[in-house]
Design a protein. Structure first.
Length: 363
């Protein structure tokens, strides 16, 4: 629970930074017909959702906003790994029943699992949503360590190795016709945390384009920027958090913001070692696990991805967080319409060849 609170407060800080930046950069609406409205939501996706939209009136904004929240709630329930909702065949249900028999699941979940399996089949195996067995162990030790910091422990490596024998995506059997999922390994479970928010963002974006002339959606820092803001500016300004910033560095004149990314009709997604972590013997152990070492990856402090698809950006931000900079750069350069920015363990910043179009400090 503590972890949830600190995670939320961090996300709230990020959302606030994004909003403050926006306010500083675009103080007044130049287009008198449209007004900017801002809303926050903390009860969905265990994260802070912030939304900015331009609309002709508050009523028009509310008419657009209410269905957005309904849609996000629907995705939240379907993707929830910890709670049941009546007889909904959500992720929680799947992880408990799919090894006994094929489970018919909602299209929303089926499509996400299929897409992740297609990435796996294409050889992109660093982000593996079939790694639930390993990730659950880390989750339990992290929760226990946050609840009782003096007794925080690392999971025993033999437990992690045993669990890693049950993470083969080939054991997730999908039936396209009947929309069922079946686990041929009874100890396998799915953890879709690496892609769920991006997937949900992509699912609501087409609706938002129809509902409002301009919007910015942030699902816990997973940002999608719609048409340019209706105030004469050509882009939304999205702050990328400095992964090394803390209260002390900020107090002595540092800033929470590493860089600002100027975008429209694009998504900006960051994976960082500061989102979710716990401390063991003075060392930070975060939530993105290298499937080879079974330990939190030490390759990066953060990775930010800019592209059109939020699901792809979410998937890639986790992937690039685990890959070396060289391997990650080669991957990004091989993909059309994808740019990335890395913060390495020494604090230095690297970027893909086209990132300078978006990030203010990249030349
Ligand atoms: P966040 O959820 O904080 O935005 P990410 O998108 O990088 O960050 O996703 C991290 C989550 O993904 C973890 O909390 C865990 O549930 C899951 N995860 C961690 N490592 C992996 C991995 N190698 N493959 C697939 N999922 C992972
Ligand atoms: Mg991700």
């Amino acid at each position: 629970m503590n972890q949830r609170i600190s995670f939320r407060s961090l996300l709230a800080l990020c959302a606030a930074v994004i909003c403050v930046l926006y306010g500083v950069c675009f103080p007044a609406s130049a287009e008198a017909n449209y007004t900017k409205f801002t809303r926050r939501e903390t009860s969905i996706f265990d994260t802070e959702i912030s939304f900015i939209g331009f609309a002709s009136s508050e009523e028009a904004f509310e008419r657009a906003y209410a269905p957005l929240i309904e849609m996000l709630e629907k995705y939240d329930h379907i993707f929830d790994a910890y709670n049941a909702y009546g007889d909904l065949h959500n992720l929680y249900y799947v992880n408990r029943h799919a090894a006994q028999e094929p489970v018919e699941i909602p299209d929303e979940l089926f499509d996400l699992i299929s897409w992740c399996k297609a990435q796996w089949n294409a050889g992109m195996r660093t982000t593996n949503i079939a790694m639930g067995a390993v990730l659950t162990i880390w989750h339990e030790y992290r929760e226990a360590g946050l609840a009782d910091p003096n007794n925080a422990k690392l999971p025993p490596m033999e437990d992690l190795i045993a669990a890693s024998g049950h993470t083969n995506f080939d054991d997730v059997i999908l039936d396209d016709e009947n929309k069922t999922v079946y686990f041929s390994d009874p100890l396998l479970t799915l953890d879709i945390g690496a892609v769920a928010k991006g997937w949900a963002a992509d699912a609501v974006v087409p609706y938002l384009y129809e509902a409002l002339p301009s919007f910015l959606l942030s699902l816990g820092g997973n940002v999608y920027a719609g048409n340019a803001p209706m105030d004469g500016r050509t882009n939304w300004a999205v702050g990328v958090q400095d992964p090394q910033a803390n209260a002390l560095t900020v107090a002595v004149g540092g800033t929470e913001i590493l860089d600002v990314v100027d975008v429209h009709d694009l998504t900006v997604v960051t994976s960082g070692d500061y989102w979710r972590y716990y401390m063991v013997d003075g060392e930070r152990y975060h939530h993105i696990i290298d499937p080879d070492t079974l330990m939190p990856s030490r390759q990066m402090l953060s990775v930010t991805v800019v592209c059109e698809s939020s699901a792809l950006a979410d998937f890639l931000s986790t992937t690039l967080f685990v890959l070396s900079y060289e391997d990650g750069l080669a991957l990004v350069e091989s993909l059309n319409g994808v740019e990335a920015m890395w913060v390495l363990p020494d604090g230095s910043v690297q970027a893909s060849s086209g990132m300078s179009r978006f990030a203010r400090k990249i030349n």
